[in-house]
Design a protein around this ligand. Structure first.
Ligand code: PAF
Length: 283
């Protein structure tokens, strides 16, 4: 069945008012489109746990620190709608830009602390853009639950904190990263890589897994990380922005996996910035 595409907040509210009145649980999967299996796994999780599911598609200009990245971000709305058809979602909300940022929009949602490092450090303003748009999408959709991929682990933490701090009654649910057979984390940005670039990209997750194994053997993070970064440059990455071991709960940097930890990386290939993170078992 063709899924209704809603572009105006009033049309979305007409639906959600009806669902809320009927006591139905509303789930939302916020996306920027160019849907892949990772997004679809979030839709599946939402379908399993909610009475109604809304997928939002909005390429949010406020979260792009690099204008070229925004201009080149894939936009594939018609394909996205086809991909969603088999899942029986109840609505696709593709807001017109003025439904999110009406003329005179002057409010910024900013989460301190968690956003100082990694993506926050390398993409100034990015998380303000994410927190602002996600706060709006939670309120506009009146969602009881919202589904995010762990691939953007720092984003997941920021969004969870934002909803808690602002008393937005949307439960934030994290779902496991979906990977290609090569280990490469699925991402809409992978669409911009050549076949050679995709081969190089697969080294990122492989290198991270080797670092996690070395940490498990009790090796010191600094040494192992230096070696892994050199290997990534040799494999064809042009730059490794960070390879960090951090507390899974607070994102504070760790020298070894002395508490539940995650390894985080950002690296560039063919001018495309890829990120990934994996769990590191305590040594
Ligand atoms: O992860 C994304 O695709 C975006 O950051 C999100 C959560 C849809 C907000 O624009």
């Amino acid at each position: 069945m063709t899924v209704p595409i809603l572009r105006q907040l009033a049309d979305l509210h007409a639906k959600t008012s009806e669902w809320t009145r009927a006591g139905e649980v509303i789930g939302v999967v916020p996306t920027m489109g160019a849907l892949h299996q990772g997004h679809l796994s979030l839709v599946e999780a939402a379908k399993a746990e909610c009475d109604r599911v809304i997928v939002t598609i909005f390429v949010n200009p406020k979260q792009f620190n690099n204008p070229e990245d925004l201009a080149k971000y894939p936009r594939t709305e018609a394909d996205d709608a086809v991909k969603l058809e088999p899942y029986g979602v109840d609505a696709i909300y593709v807001p017109e830009p003025d439904q999110i940022y009406p003329a005179g929009f002057a409010t910024n949602v900013s989460v301190a602390g968690l956003t100082d490092v990694m993506e926050g450090e390398f993409r100034p303003g990015h998380f303000d853009g994410v927190a602002t748009v996600v706060a709006k999408l939670f309120l506009q959709t009146r969602a009881n639950r919202a589904y995010f991929g762990e691939k953007d682990y720092q984003q997941l933490m920021v969004v969870r904190r934002m909803a808690r701090d602002l008393d937005i009654p949307t439960e934030v649910i994290g779902c496991p990263t979906v990977r290609e057979a090569s280990g490469l984390a699925m991402s809409s940005r992978n669409l911009r890589l050549s076949p050679e670039g995709l081969e190089v990209a697969a080294h990122l997750n492989a290198a991270m897994r080797s670092v996690a194994e070395a940490l498990g053997r009790g090796e010191a993070f600094d040494e192992v990380a230096k070696h892994a970064c050199a290997g990534l440059l040799e494999a064809g990455f042009s730059e490794v922005e960070y390879l960090d071991l951090r507390s899974a709960a607070s994102l504070k940097p760790l020298g070894r996996a002395s508490e539940p930890a995650r390894l985080f990386a950002a690296a560039l290939v063919e001018g495309i910035r890829l990120i990934d993170n994996i769990e590191v078992p305590a040594a």
